[in-house]
Design a protein around this ligand. Structure first.
Ligand SMILES: Cc1cc2nc3c(=O)[nH]c(=O)nc-3n(C[C@H](O)[C@H](O)[C@H](O)COP(=O)(O)OP(=O)(O)OC[C@H]3O[C@@H](n4cnc5c(N)ncnc54)[C@H](O)[C@@H]3O)c2cc1C
Length: 490
């Protein structure tokens, strides 16, 4: 049997689910499959960075996400049973008019996946579980993929395939794309979700200077569990179990009497730092861990996967609607340098955190991912001789302002959804009707937040891409830009 579909997504982790949601809201047809028979319920990535919170806000799910997590859980450092101090590694990070989410939200990865999945299901789509992608081929007009489900094989013909199938990616192997980097076999830790009755849930408990390696217990919001992370030495056989976790707690947190009552997930983690040299081969794309893996220090992996998907979704939507295929080249152009940069940031943090004393170190602003920019790239056009506070290619900041009929609004309210947003502050710009994919607004900026955040006057207009980056800032018509990316046929 052969079925035809615009997009096939292999893998329903956070990356695949974010892409599925983005395609669903654009009305793009897709199937999403996952070889695992059941949902993964280990916490793994437990932090959403401010930029990912903005993405999920644009998806219209900020309320659900915020209700499932917590900001600013301070580290509590111990020696044995003695508390030696508390520290909020994101201290001083509070929302501002241009940055509504100022610090990471602690939330278990499975909860993020559950919320993304729930939205997708409400839009009428399901993950096809226990369905493994086992073969792919492609030609000039499409991809042929073989899916295996309980021993039965099905051939699917798709316009595009996106491999969101994790660090061991079948798609990457099938394409013959290299995954260059290093495995630090000696740097291992146990990770698991454990219940520890009586341990307070308002601190991230940490024994940094314990003799046999550090131990941390982080409360997982919305659950009774803590994520346990424990460094282990090269001689440790590396077999995780409730008994071994208890032994570690007894040894590294002596005198606390802490007892592990239950374990719902246990694993051995080994540091891998690797990335691809290509994000695209013909009609097949790689996204998320399939394209980059790195140290969990700094909490970037799930976030970067979600943002890969967010970058690709609108481009696939437009190209499937007739835009030039070259738009899809900008996916690799924009996202590959982000992966390379992120590997550098996480490796540096890993070096600082993994030795005994770095866990409570203040995090640098780069980990919030708000500074990611595509400035200077194919899709960034700034007519001004000097950039303002931000330039084309940068993240489009938020700002409270008013609509032309004096209703209070935030720019992020105007951006929310799958469209482009064109806004300006004055009447000295072309008045254009640019079709359904572009929402146009004249903004009243009585408190000056828009001018401060963007550094623009009344004489320019700002076009914001569907993924919240500035496409162009110009005095002229944005029609030619939109025609080029296929968002307007005029
Ligand atoms: C201990 C630990 C702590 C972490 N902490 C953080 C953190 O704080 N913040 C953060 O952002 N990230 C963190 N991460 C990283 C984060 O968990 C990953 O980056 C994230 O899961 C990647 O998402 P993904 O969707 O790309 O891949 P995955 O989550 O790996 O999903 C891939 C999916 O593809 C499926 N699949 C595989 N092969 C096939 C196939 N052939 N056919 C169909 N389906 C297939 C798999 O079953 C799986 O469901 C951490 C990871 C670990 C291990």
């Amino acid at each position: 049997m052969t079925t035809d579909i615009p997009v096939l997504i292999a893998g329903a982790g956070p990356t695949g689910l974010a892409l599925a949601h983005d395609l669903a809201r654009r009305g793009v047809g897709f199937r999403i499959c996952d070889k695992a028979p059941a949902y993964f319920d280990g916490s793994r990535g437990k932090g959403l960075q401010p930029r990912s919170l903005e993405v999920l806000d644009d998806f219209g799910m900020a309320d659900e996400i915020l209700a499932g997590g917590r900001f600013h859980i301070p580290f509590r450092a111990y020696e044995g049973a003695r508390v030696i101090g508390d520290r909020d590694i994101h201290a001083g990070r509070v929302p501002t008019p241009d940055v509504p989410y100022a610090s990471p939200l602690l939330i278990p990865q499975w909860r993020v996946e559950q919320i993304l999945r729930g939205r997708m299901e409400r839009a009428g789509h399901q993950v096809e579980r226990d369905t493994e992608l086992v073969a792919i081929g492609q030609d000039a007009t499409g991809v042929t993929a073989t899916l295996r489900h309980v021993g039965q094989e099905e051939n699917v013909r798709a316009d595009y395939l996106v491999g969101c199938d994790g660090g061991k990616s079948f798609v990457r192997h099938a394409l013959g794309v290299g995954f260059e980097g290093e495995t630090w076999s000696e740097e291992r830790m146990f990770v698991g979700d454990v219940e520890v009755p009586g341990l307070d849930r308002d601190h991230w408990h940490s024994w940094q200077n314990a003799e046999h390696g550090w131990l941390a217990l982080c409360p997982l919001p919305g659950t009774n569990s803590f994520q346990l992370q424990a460094q282990i030495g090269p001689d440790d056989p590396g077999v995780p179990s409730l008994e071994r976790f208890q032994e570690i707690v007894d040894q590294r947190a002596p005198g606390t009497g802490l007892q592990i009552a239950a374990v719902s997930w246990l694993s051995l983690y080994r540091v891998n730092i690797r990335m691809v040299d290509r994000y695209r081969v013909g009609r097949v794309f790689l996204a998320g861990d399939a394209a980059h893996v790195h140290s969990p220090a700094g909490g970037q992996g799930m976030n970067t996967g979600i943002q890969d998907a967010y970058n690709l979704g609108w481009k696939l939507g437009l190209v499937l609607n007739g835009a030039p295929g070259s738009l899809l080249d900008t996916y690799e152009e924009e996202r590959l340098p982000v992966a390379a940069w992120m590997l550098g940031v996480t490796t540096k943090l890993h070096r600082q955190i993994m030795p005994k004393s770095g866990a409570t170190m203040q995090r640098g602003p780069e980990t919030y991912q708000l500074g990611i920019s595509y400035r200077g790239g194919t899709l960034a056009r700034d007519d001004r001789p000097e950039p303002g506070a931000v330039a084309a290619g940068d993240r489009a900041p938020d700002a409270p302002c008013q609509t032309s009929d004096s209703k209070p609004v935030r720019l992020f309210d105007l951006f929310r959804g799958p469209h482009f947003t064109l806004f300006h502050l004055g009447s000295g710009v072309p008045d254009e009707n640019l079709g359904a994919l572009v929402h146009t607004h004249r903004i009243v900026d009585s408190e000056g937040h828009v001018r401060r955040a963007y550094g623009v006057g009344d004489d320019v207009q700002v076009l914001v891409r569907p993924d919240g980056y500035i496409g162009t800032i110009t005095k002229n018509s944005v029609g030619p830009y939109l025609k080029e990316v296929g968002a307007y046929t005029g």
